[in-house]
Design a protein around this ligand. Structure first.
Ligand code: ATP
Length: 353
């Protein structure tokens, strides 16, 4: 782990003024370092003094250290209590446990919150629909418990863990969010017709919590129907509340509605710590090519600045991103443009007032 005043190697704009915020910066691997550097530049351009505590967390670091979650990462986040994180590659069908999952469990980051919105001017199949939904995904259990067992050769069981504690907690977090922000409608997503006990418990907890908030609309959708409704009528969704695995799948579906994984930001919220990260993974197919879209991590930084109480800087960055999309001249290839990561980032910084 190294400690640097600034992830880009340049002194931040407000270097000589009082440093107000310390943030653990975990660039990750794949396209992570590219989008993280871009995001650091954009945050610094808002004028908010941030001391970045850079923590290396990559597939190689994990494999060399032999720990799925190196202690330095946890230690930094426990101290700063705020992280900005790029993706870290998870090996498929074998290898070490997902570091993202390990981190969420270890720091008890129980709520994964992902706002999904159209960006102005961005051409998508749904550009005329007003999409503005937020996904609340339980972040610590379900099939992500990682409890798998080969009973006999070629017969495997994977345990889906659902508890009252975690289900109530994510439900209450969602209803409290709605109350605080004036959002109107919460849709709980489940498959309790098949998993009557597990998803049944999740649903029961949602219903019990919903009764305490009579002013907020509450309805339920079975996950397969929810998938269809999301594609046919995305503008009708407000807040979506769901267990871990459905949250993962629905997040990518929802990202597809507004322009893809390059767009959608996220936050992992706990009682003591918050880690802001994009929905996308490490995108090895485009890593190192200079064409990754940093919008998702930049919009995660918008959420982070608001969390830090820097509402004006948060709005400045969001407005600048939206101006660049509205102008449509400096967009990356995943959203139909031909600009690289740096050109897009320069345009966001130039668009900042
Ligand atoms: P994980 O399972 O680790 O979440 P994933 O399977 O969802 O990863 P990603 O790594 O997110 O996969 O990539 C999926 C596709 O989306 C790839 O083709 C990738 O290039 C593209 N993609 C993801 N993020 C971005 C981005 N920021 N900019 C451009 N393209 C992206």
């Amino acid at each position: 782990m190294c400690h640097e005043p600034c992830a880009t190697g340049h002194a931040p704009r407000a270097y000589n003024s009082i440093v107000h915020h310390t943030v653990s910066l975990i660039p990750g691997d794949g396209i992570g370092p590219e989008v993280a550097d871009a995001t650091v530049r954009a945050v610094e351009a808002t004028g908010i003094p941030v001391r970045w505590e850079r923590v290396e967390l990559t597939r190689e670091v994990i494999e060399q250290s032999g720990e799925s979650l190196p202690e330095g990462v946890v230690e930094s986040l426990q101290r700063t209590r705020v992280g900005l994180k790029g993706p870290v590659t998870t090996p498929i069908a074998g290898g070490f446990q997902s570091v993202n999952v390990a981190l969420r469990k270890r720091l008890d980051l129980f709520a994964n919150v992902r706002p999904v919105r159209n960006l102005p001017g961005l051409k998508t199949r749904y550009q005329d629909a007003k999409i503005d939904m937020i996904i609340f995904r339980e972040n610590t259990e379900d099939l992500y418990a990682g409890l798998e067992h080969e009973v006999v050769t070629d017969v495997v069981t994977s345990l889906k863990v659902i508890t009252r504690r975690a289900s109530e907690r994510i439900a209450r977090y969602t209803f409290e969010f709605a109350k605080r922000t004036g959002r109107q409608q919460i849709t709980a997503v489940h498959k309790a017709n098949i998993m009557k006990l597990g998803d049944g418990l999740f649903l029961r907890c949602c219903r019990e919590v919903a009764r305490e908030y009579p002013d907020i609309g509450y309805k339920e959708l079975i996950v397969d129907n929810a998938a269809m409704q999301l594609v046919m009528r995305p503008e009708t969704f407000d807040l979506l509340l769901m267990p871990n695995l459905y949250g993962d799948i629905v997040s990518d579906l929802a990202a597809g509605l507004v322009g893809g994984l390059g767009i959608v930001p996220g936050s992992n919220m706990g009682e003591r710590c918050a880690v802001f990260e994009a929905v996308h993974g490490s995108a090895p197919d485009i890593a190192g090519k200079g064409i990754a879209n940093p919008t998702a991590l930049m919009q995660s930084a918008v959420l982070m600045l608001a969390h830090l109480g820097e509402q004006a800087a948060s709005a400045r960055l969001q407005t600048a991103i939206e101006r660049v999309y509205a102008g449509a001249k400096h967009l990356t290839p995943d959203v139909g443009g031909s600009a690289g990561t740096t050109e897009f980032t320069d345009a966001v910084i130039a668009a900042m007032e």
